[in-house]
Design a protein around this ligand. Structure first.
Ligand code: PLP
Length: 407
């Protein structure tokens, strides 16, 4: 049967030990063994189905990992305590001193800061490039390059990576293509397009309730075993382990992801089209004006749409702040970082989530001060939301008052 990410989640069946419809939560940090020999074998990685210690793995974490691997179409997955707790071990596992990363220059500020400021302490260098230009990407590859790194839809500029094209380059130069798919779960399946490793911050759409930070690394069994290796595995040794209680709650939220993504996408498309028609500089992959609209279409599962993220540029940070504060006062959303909540969230990335990126580099990549990033919520009546947002923009002279309403 053809790969369908949401079906793959739904088709998994887990029962609790007493026949509960949800799996029991493994509320233990350590596990007993009937024989010392089995304990030794487990340490050596030779005792399938045995648990050792919950930093290594736990039944609850394995359930969630299995569901996310099914969603992404990878052999397996391992869950972590945050998105950064997924990204950093992947980089540290694949790169050692002297190695090099080619990364998109528009990525989440924390990932950028890690590659730019932290990884060099271990003599791992990164070239930040425009990921939408495959010739530029290829020109940046050196004999020391180990990773091609990008976000399928980038934070915050919503640039779209040509995953098929990047995968070809990765194969040609024997690199690992690592894709952060946080902005486009279900819509895009990077592994199916050739990515080697797929990462999510589960904190966002996948968990969807802004009550936890969490992450996942999806990849081959071999790579995930390497990450968990007791001797030299970056997940095992750096220790960004997810708690079992949390993984149980993320698993429950994952089951409604397909419905939520459809509503996020529907609402975001509605607002993006209206904002653009009103003359606002609007970026949304679902708009024909988006430079990678056709590329996104060629990679997506139509049903889940173009996602819940859009940006508008209102010209200055002062206007952006005024608008966000007013929208919050009107209960149209929250002035908050992060994304994927039932409520719309907005922030100005230049002074928040991308503030790690120096001014000149932000300018070069087109990250202007007046940019507002929206994570559009699950509003039941998006027409009403639009009318109220438009009123805020008119009050602040961001948009002219509509003639029809003035009469
Ligand atoms: N990747 C992307 C695209 C993000 O937007 C974020 C956080 O905003 C992260 C990774 C980091 O995730 P976390 O905050 O769960 O560590």
């Amino acid at each position: 049967m053809a790969f369908k990410p949401a079906n793959n989640i739904q088709d998994l069946q887990y029962f609790g030990e007493f026949g509960g419809v949800n799996p029991s939560i493994s509320d233990s940090s350590t596990y007993t063994f009937l024989s010392a020999k089995t304990m030794f074998d487990t340490f050596e990685g030779n005792a399938d189905g045995c648990y050792l210690y919950s930093r290594h793995s736990s039944p609850s974490n394995l359930y969630l990992g299995e569901a996310l691997a099914a969603m992404e179409g990878t052999e397996t997955a391992t869950v972590t305590a945050s998105g950064m707790g997924a990204i950093t071990p992947v980089i540290m596992q694949l790169c050692g001193a002297g190695d090099h990363v080619v990364s998109s220059r528009t990525i989440y500020g924390g990932t950028y800061a890690f590659l730019k400021n932290f990884a060099p302490r271990f003599n791992i260098e990164t070239s930040f490039i425009d990921i939408t230009k495959l010739d530029v990407v290829e020109a940046a590859i050196t004999k020391n390059t180990k990773i091609l790194y990008c976000e399928s839809v980038s934070n915050p500029l919503l640039e779209v990576a040509d995953i098929r094209g990047l995968a070809k380059l990765a194969k040609k130069h024997n690199l690992k293509l690592v894709v952060d798919n946080t902005f486009s779960p279900l819509s895009i399946s990077p592994a199916k397009l050739g990515a080697d490793i797929v990462i999510h911050s589960l904190t966002k759409f996948i968990n969807g309730s802004s009550d936890t930070v969490a992450g996942v690394i999806c990849g081959t069994q071999e790579f995930v075993d390497d990450l968990r290796n007791v001797n030299d595995g970056a997940c095992m040794l750096l220790g960004s382990t997810m708690d079992s209680l949390r993984s149980a709650s993320v698993l429950k939220n994952l089951r409604t992801l397909h419905i939520r993504m459809q509503q996020h996408s529907y609402n975001a498309t509605y607002l993006a089209e209206k904002f653009e028609a009103d003359g606002l500089k609007t970026v949304y992959p679902g708009l024909k004006s988006h430079p990678s609209h056709e590329l996104f279409k060629s990679m997506m599962y139509d049903k889940y749409g173009f996602g819940g993220m859009l940006t508008i540029d209102v010209g200055s940070i002062e206007k952006a702040n005024e608008l966000m504060e007013m929208m919050q006062t009107k209960n149209l959303g929250y002035l908050a970082v992060s994304l994927g909540f039932y409520k719309t969230l907005f922030s100005a990335p230049g002074s928040s989530t991308s503030s790690e990126i120096p001014d000149d580099e932000r300018e070069a990549m087109g990250l202007s001060d007046g940019l507002i990033r929206f994570s559009i919520g699950l509003d039941a009546d998006i027409e009403r939301t639009y009318t109220m947002m438009r009123k805020c923009m008119e009050t602040l002279n961001i948009l002219e008052t509509k003639t029809s309403e003035m009469v």
